[in-house]
Design a binder for this molecule. Sequence first.
Ligand code: GLU
Length: 514
Amino acid sequence: MSDVRLRFAPSPTGPLHIGGVRTALYNYLFAKKMGGTFILRIEDTDQGRYVEGAEQYIMDALEWLGLEFDESPVKGGAYGPYRQSERKSLYKQYTDQLIANGKAYYAFDSAEELAEMRSRYEAQGVHSPKYDATTRTSMKNSLTLDEAKVKELVEKGDNVVVRLKLNPDEKVVFHDVVRGEVTFNTSQLDDKVLLKADGMPTYHMANIVDDHLMKISHVVRGEEWLSSTAHHVLLYRALGWEDTMPQFAHLPLILNPTGKGKLSKRAGAKFGFPVFPLSWIGATEEDSFEGFKEFGFNPKATLNFLAFLGWNPGTEQEIFNLDQLVESFSLEQIVKAGARFDIDKAKWYNQQYIIASDEKELLTSVKSQLPENHGYSDAFLTGVVELMKERVVLLPEFTTKGSYFFSPDLEYEEKPIRKKWKEPNIQHVKALFQAVEAMNDWTIEALQDTIKGYITSNELSFGNILPFVRIAVAGTMKGPDIFGMMSILGKEEVSQRLQKGLEIFDEIKNKEAS
Ligand code: GLU
């Protein structure tokens, strides 16, 4: 193993959005490419936002996609525990260290006092006042109160937080692999809370301490964390860890299909496609979502699609399996501009994967779509797979689009019948159906010989006769090879459908006449 160590660090606040899955994927790809380690760390220090089942969901989703962790809460590892709530005792010593070194301070202000400060400064014309070098001088903290009072308040323990002490007007410059040099000034930043009143560290504190202790070499995460990075750099400095600070790479936003605005969890409901890897049943219907898996996306196609949302290999090749993605991936080829979430592209990938899929794998998928005691033979279902493979985009379509294989209750397309169910077509179709029902050899070739033979020897047009065969057998003019369909449906089933077809054709025609 190399020293390259990447962590995916989700907060279990709900189901993992597809953007989070992309973050996990890029972390995985880079770790594997460098012969490094891929780590799952659960950032659950915000008790108020903790959602039951979210951690399990994250693990299930990544398992479905085949992104395996080398170290995780379940798997363990040399740098555990991997859940921040189980590391609580670790963080305090570092905030204590920061206070002792004058890099952080205690603050005791209540919510009302904070609000009062903001309005006071706003009234003086300060735009969005923050807790910072200017405002902290008028607040209740260990920089303004005397030692005895501070001791008393810390012991009392009400409303005690620890804040990072930023120097005013200090430049913070760091290198981001995707964005290049990024510069902030401390005058834009506030004295972030590091340890909350409930004794839990904030995201910033826990994240930096853990990245350091877990020897994380690269932090690859969404763009929304870019502005926090300035604080993180300052924290590394304050803790004396700047030399081993990880490299940062902030990923571009994933945009709505319109190309405007960030892809939201509600976008799925609005546009009718999934934005979560797996379905999630939330407390309300609004908070419940259908997943890529349940929509019928293949996990490999999903990964391939996600890999290209913000990265490209710089060649024309679009189909990559996971190993190929690992081989081709580089942080330098991540793009800066937001990536538009194009569900049609996801479907295109899925179709390519279905076409390239092993028939056995598809057979398993089709079986899972049927009721337990479906009674269909493997030979029949394999026939369905062969005929439908190039026609389905999403896996459930084997049984939805291909419903004519599984039920004789067809929806009959009426237009061609209204147009063509007249003499002499009627007598020929009847004679042809009889000839088909009289066949002994029920192979594709024999069916072709009988049907095509009848049409050519009677000098008829295919367009006047074949539609009736199609519609009687499948209800629709669309669909796979009709001779193949007839062959796998079997003589008995087809004969029944032909008979029923004749009745239906009359009905449709009569309906029109009346
Ligand atoms: N817990 C943060 C999240 O939910 C992690 C951000 C980071 O990777 O630093 O995304």
